[in-house]
Design a protein around this ligand. Structure first.
Ligand code: NAD
Ligand code: ZN
Length: 365
C-alpha cells in the first residue's frame, strides 16, 4: 500500500492510501499497540453510506458515536457531547478514537481526542477529497465560535491515516468538485507535474476515475506531509498552503458561510492571487492563463454578485495570518513554486478583485 511518513513533535505517523484500505484498518490499528478499546466517531450521513461496510470490518464500529457534521455544528458543544459519550462507553486513557468522515468530523473528533482525558490516540479515516488530501494530515484540530471559524483548537497529530479513494464514490458532486480546488492548489504551489496531469486528465478526475484519483491523492498528501513535517506550527513554509485562502476565507465570511463551499471560495481566491501575482510582475501572463483555465475546468463557481472589495478589506485585516492588520499574501512565481509573506498594496488587491467577473466570463466560469 502506498505509504507516506509524516514527522511531528508528537512522533511520526503514516498515511496509507489505496483502494480497500479500510479493510486493513484492524491490522494497522493493532500495530499502534495495546488499546483498551477502539471507539468510532462519525456522522449520521457518512454512516448511512459506509456504516454497514465499517461495522463488518472495524472493532468499535458496531456502536459508533455519531454527531452532526454540518459546519454550524462544529462547536464546543459537540466536543462535550463526544466526551460524555466516551465516558459512558468506558473509554480510558488507553483507548483509540477513530474519526471517520470529512473535515468537520476530523476537526471535531481530533479536538475531542486531544482533550479527552488530556489526550487519547487518534486515527483518521477521511471520507471526503478535502479530508484525504488536506485536513486529516498535519494535526490541526478545532471548532468554530460564533465570532469566527476554527478559533478554538489544538495541534494534535493522529497516529495513523487511512485513505480509500473508493469511499469518495458516494460524495455529493458539489463537495467532490469543491475538494478539487485544493488539489489544483497543490499543483500551483508545489508540483508542476501534478498540475500538468490535471490539465490532461480533468475529465477523468471529474468522473472520479479510480486510477486518476489513486495517483492524485497520495501525490497531494505527500506535498502536505512534506510541508507540515518541515513547518508543523506554520512559522514559515506551511503558509504556502494558504494560497487562495486569504480572499477565499473573506468571501466565505462576508457571505455568512452560505454561498460558497470552502473549495469554491478558494477557487476564486486562487484566481485573485494569480491576478495579483501578474500585477506585481511575479508571474507571467502565460502561466496565469493556465492557472485560471485549470480552475475553470472544474466547473462554474457561485457568483460574486453584490460583494464589494471594500467589504472584504476589514475581514482581510483580521485574518489569522495578518500581522498588525497587514495581510501577508501567498503568490505564485510560476506553476509549482510560490512565495509567502508578501505585502501587496490595497490598490492591486481591489483591482484584482474587481477584475474577477470579467476574467470569469472569459474563462467560461
Ligand atoms: N484541519 C485542517 O487542517 C483542515 C484543512 C482543511 C479543511 N478543514 C476543515 O474541514 C471542514 C470541511 O471539510 P470537508 O470539505 O471534508 O467537508 P465536510 O466534512 O463538511 O463534509 C461535506 C459533506 O459530505 C458528507 N460526506 C462526507 N463523506 C462522505 C462520503 N464518503 N459520502 C457521502 N457523503 C459524505 C458530510 O456528511 C457532509 O455533508 C471545514 O470545517 C474546514 O475548516 C480543516
Ligand atoms: Zn482549504
Amino acid at each position: 500500500m502506498p505509504t507516506i511518513q509524516i514527522k511531528s513533535s508528537a512522533g511520526p505517523y503514516s498515511f496509507y492510501c489505496s483502494r480497500g484500505a479500510i479493510a486493513q484498518a484492524p491490522r494497522l490499528i493493532k500495530r499502534l499497540g495495546d488499546a483498551t478499546g477502539v471507539f468510532v466517531l462519525s456522522s449520521p450521513r457518512v454512516w448511512r453510506h459506509w456504516g454497514g461496510v465499517l461495522a463488518r470490518t472495524l472493532p468499535g464500529a458496531r456502536q459508533p458515536i455519531l454527531f452532526d457534521d454540518e459546519e454550524s455544528s462544529k462547536r464546543l458543544a459537540a466536543v462535550e457531547a463526544i466526551a460524555r459519550n466516551l465516558i459512558l462507553a468506558g473509554a480510558d486513557r488507553h483507548a483509540v478514537l477513530v474519526a471517520i468522515g470529512g473535515g468537520v468530523v476530523g476537526d471535531v473528533a481530533g479536538f475531542a481526542a486531544s482533550s479527552y482525558l488530556r489526550g487519547v490516540r487518534l486515527v483518521h479515516i477521511p471520507t471526503t477529497l478535502v479530508a484525504q488530501v488536506d485536513s486529516a494530515i498535519g494535526g490541526k484540530t478545532g471548532v468554530n465560535l460564533p465570532e469566527g471559524k476554527n478559533l478554538v483548537g489544538s495541534f494534535y497529530p493522529p497516529k495513523l491515516i487511512l485513505a480509500d479513494p473508493d469511499v469518495l464514490d458516494t460524495l455529493p458532486h458539489r463537495d467532490f468538485r469543491s475538494g478539487l480546488y485544493e488539489v489544483v492548489k497543490y499543483g500551483v504551489i508545489a508540483d508542476a507535474e501534478l498540475f500538468r496531469f490535471l490539465e490532461r486528465r480533468m475529465n477523468a478526475v471529474l468522473r472520479r476515475d479510480s486510477a486518476a484519483l489513486g495517483w492524485i491523492i497520495p501525490r497531494c498528501a505527500a506535498i502536505k506531509a512534506r510541508v507540515v513535517t518541515a513547518d508543523e506550527r506554520e512559522g514559515g513554509l506551511r503558509q504556502i498552503l494558504n494560497f487562495g485562502h486569504t480572499i477565499g476565507h473573506a468571501l466565505e465570511a462576508v457571505t455568512g458561510y452560505k454561498r460558497f463551499l470552502h473549495g469554491e471560495a478558494i477557487g476564486w481566491g486562487m484566481i485573485a492571487a494569480t491576478l495579483m501575482a501578474v500585477a506585481t510582475d511575479k508571474l507571467s501572463d502565460a502561466e496565469a492563463i493556465r492557472i485560471i483555465r485549470l480552475v475553470a475546468s472544474i466547473g462554474p463557481l457561485p457568483s460574486l454578485a453584490k460583494i464589494q472589495a471594500s467589504e472584504l478589506r476589514p475581514i482581510l485585516a483580521g485574518d489569522k495570518k495578518a500581522r498588525a492588520g497587514r495581510v501577508r499574501w501567498v503568490l505564485p512565481r510560476r506553476i509549482g513554486k510560490t512565495e509567502w509573506g508578501i505585502d501587496v498594496p490595497w490598490q492591486i488587491v481591489s483591482s484584482a478583485f474587481a477584475e474577477l467577473p470579467v476574467i470569469a466570463a472569459d474563462a467560461g466560469l
